[in-house]
Every structure is written in structure tokens, then in C-alpha cells.
Design a protein around this ligand. Structure first.
Ligand SMILES: Cc1ncc(COP(=O)(O)O)c(C=O)c1O
Length: 369
């Protein structure tokens, strides 16, 4: 027997490149325009904040481990069976639970080239191998995903819309992907930005989950509901998958204040409606104005846009990021997503959006920061 000097993790764990969150500050400056983390500029619903604070008066109490009231509230709001809903500490929690439950050493999980970074992290953490399917025009390509399926494939992760590209595939394409997968492969549709999408050919995945045994849809309260700090996410699952995820999740994986805030937020649809309208208006404005400066912008269905810069010295994405940081504007670098020449910009308040366009204009014109 080989004697090892210290405890050894699964080999995959050491291959993980740690997730680097968006920056939230710029050196030497106090107030910043933080447009780096896809948070809503409108904040949480006041009712959600009140509910959070009220439960926060009793931090000594364990939360309801089964998230009953939250599952009921989600079920009621979206017309879903609460028994098929599993809640988590953000949808990251659910994505990791799925990987732990359905992947083992030697298995493969597919995601697309610029797919959300938590997929390879969760896959490697479970001992499996992430397999990358190429995208077309920064968009998931169903044929390319299907071409990567082998007998080792157990999970396909599809962010729809995807972060950081903002692109989506229509429901017909999602159905075609599902139809092409063997029945034992779990299709995970990550619909973290679903509420923002206003396209007739989009569906978040509810219908497919309801009618098949190998599709899970994940959702979050971090984005349109503005509850990222509260860490509340959920999945809509076939009954067997719900049972499995409930077997392995931590018994109290969603906090009491977080659940209360999420329930209150679901009731405040005026707040989320406002967020959708604000986003639509300003995302379109940002896309138009930034393209007019000669910077490429990928068409987005979400609450952020991907900006493309050239490779010329002094004109690249990192140069633009440094320039913007000098003006207290923080965007997200996307090299870790295989996009070294791009930056991701989250839609902000009017003043933020105007400031970023103004600063990008100055960058393009070669003005001093
Ligand atoms: C595509 C996608 N999925 C899931 C998440 C995870 O969100 P949370 O864990 O806050 O629910 C994010 C957050 O950035 C995301 O962009």
C-alpha cells in the first residue's frame, strides 16, 4: 500500500479553476458604478426586504428544512406542482447537487464553449470530465452538443439564456436537443435569466420538465428578484430527480430570512414587471449606443450585454476595462469564459448606463482616462 503524506481529494478537484466573481470596487475610489455581476439595478422589492428583516429577528430558529411555504409560493406563482420543486442556497447549490447526484468518476458532462463557469466546477468536483461543445455566433449549437454525446455522457448543462453571452436558443431547439439525447442523460436547463426574456419563441423549460423524466430546470431569486445576497434558488424536476436531490441536499439548505424574502418578492409582481421593462429599454439602448461607437455587441435576451474589442495594442478589452475602472465603472472580464477580447456589461440605472456609454466613447476616441 502506498503511504500518502496527507489526505487526498478527488483528482478532479485539483483541476478546478476557482470561480472569480465580478469585481466590486476600483482602486482608490469610493463610489463605483458596479456593472459586473448581473445584479438588478432596481434592488430587491421593499416587501422582500421587510420580510427578510422580520425573520432576521429570530436568527436562533432553524428554517423549515423542506422549504414548504416557498415551494408552495413558487408553485402558485408559476402553476407548478410544489412536490417537484427543490430549493437551494442559490441555483449554484442545485447545480452542484445535480453534479454530485448524477456524475461519478469517468462520466462526462457537456456544456458549451462560453457556458456558465459553475458547470465545469461542479463537474470536476464530482470526479467527472467536462466536455465542451462549440458554439455558433456565441450561441449554443444543438448539433454540436449532440455530436459530443458518448456513452459516458450523463449530464448536459445548457444555460438559456447563457451567461456571459446573453444569447438563447428557441424552445424548438431545446426540444430538438432533448429529443436527440439518450433517455439516461439528464438535460439541465439553467434558466437563471428567464424572467428577463421577452421573445415569443422562448420557453424556460417548464413544459419539457413536466413531460419527461430527464429534464431539470433551475431558477434563481438572485437576478430579477434582486436577492443575490439571500442565496435562494430552486429547480423544477421530474419526481425521481426531486427525490434524489432531496436525499442529498443539506437538511436546512435555504435560510429562513431568504425564504421569507423570496415569498414576498413573488407577491410583488409590480416590482419584477418594472425590472423587466427597465431592462428591455436600457439593454436595447446600450446595444444601440455602443454599436454606434464601433464596438461589437452580441444581441442579448438577458440583463447584460457582451462587448467585443479588437486585439490592437491599447484598444483591447483589458485596456477598455482599465480605462473604465479609472472612471469608477466596473465591468466583468470574460477571459475565464474563453472570451479574452470581450467584457460583460450589466444593465444599470439610467445614470450608470449613460456613464458607461460616455466612457466607452472617450476610450474609442483615445481621450485620457
Ligand atoms: C447562468 C447562471 N446560472 C446560475 C447562476 C447562479 O446564480 P445563484 O447561485 O445566485 O442562483 C448564475 C449567476 O451568475 C448564472 O449566470
Amino acid at each position: 500500500m502506498t503511504v500518502l503524506e496527507r489526505p487526498q481529494p478527488r483528482p478532479g478537484v485539483l483541476k478546478i479553476q476557482a470561480y472569480v466573481p465580478g469585481k466590486s470596487s476600483a482602486p482608490g475610489v469610493a463610489k463605483v458604478f458596479k456593472l459586473s455581476s448581473n445584479e438588478t439595478p432596481l434592488g430587491a422589492s421593499p416587501a422582500a426586504m421587510e420580510a427578510y428583516a422580520a425573520v432576521g429577528k429570530h436568527l436562533e430558529d432553524y428554517p423549515d428544512g423542506a422549504s414548504h411555504d416557498l415551494r408552495d409560493a413558487i408553485g402558485k406563482a408559476l402553476g407548478l406542482d410544489p412536490a417537484r420543486i427543490v430549493c437551494g442556497a442559490g441555483s449554484d447549490d442545485i447545480l452542484n447537487l445535480i453534479a454530485r447526484a448524477y456524475l461519478k468518476d469517468g462520466d462526462e458532462a457537456i456544456h458549451t464553449t462560453h457556458g456558465f463557469l459553475v458547470y465545469p466546477i461542479a463537474t470536476l468536483g464530482a470526479g467527472a470530465t467536462p466536455v465542451i461543445a462549440p458554439e455558433k455566433d456565441f450561441t449554443a449549437d444543438v448539433d454540436a452538443i449532440l455530436a459530443k454525446v458518448t456513452e459516458r455522457t450523463k449530464v448536459v448543462f445548457l444555460a438559456n439564456p447563457n451567461n456571459p453571452t446573453g444569447t438563447y436558443i428557441p424552445f424548438d431547439e431545446v426540444k430538438r436537443l432533448h429529443a436527440g439525447l439518450p433517455k439516461h442523460v439528464l438535460l439541465v436547463i439553467d434558466a437563471a435569466y428567464a424572467e428577463y426574456v421577452r421573445r415569443n419563441d422562448y420557453e424556460s423549460g417548464i413544459e419539457l420538465v413536466a413531460t419527461s423524466e430527464n429534464v431539470v430546470m433551475t431558477r434563481t431569486f438572485s437576478k430579477i428578484h434582486g436577492l443575490a445576497a439571500a442565496r435562494v434558488g430552486w429547480a423544477y424536476c421530474p419526481p425521481d430527480v426531486a427525490m434524489v436531490l432531496n436525499q442529498i441536499r443539506s437538511p436546512f439548505n435555504v435560510s429562513g430570512p431568504g425564504m421569507a424574502a423570496a415569498i414576498a418578492s413573488l407577491k410583488d409582481s409590480a416590482h419584477t414587471d418594472r425590472a423587466v421593462l427597465h431592462n428591455e429599454e436600457w439593454r436595447n439602448w446600450l446595444t444601440r449606443e455602443i454599436r454606434a461607437l464601433g464596438i461589437g455587441v452580441t444581441e442579448s435576451a438577458a440583463n447584460f450585454v457582451l462587448l467585443h474589442f479588437g486585439e490592437e495594442k491599447g484598444r483591447g478589452a483589458n485596456d477598455a476595462d482599465d480605462f473604465l475602472s479609472g472612471r469608477r465603472i466596473i465591468l466583468r472580464r470574460t477571459a475565464a469564459y474563453g472570451l479574452p477580447d470581450a467584457l460583460r456589461l450589466t444593465v444599470g440605472l439610467e445614470a450608470d448606463n449613460r456613464a458607461v456609454v460616455e466612457a466607452l466613447g472617450a476610450f474609442v476616441r483615445g481621450e485620457p482616462a
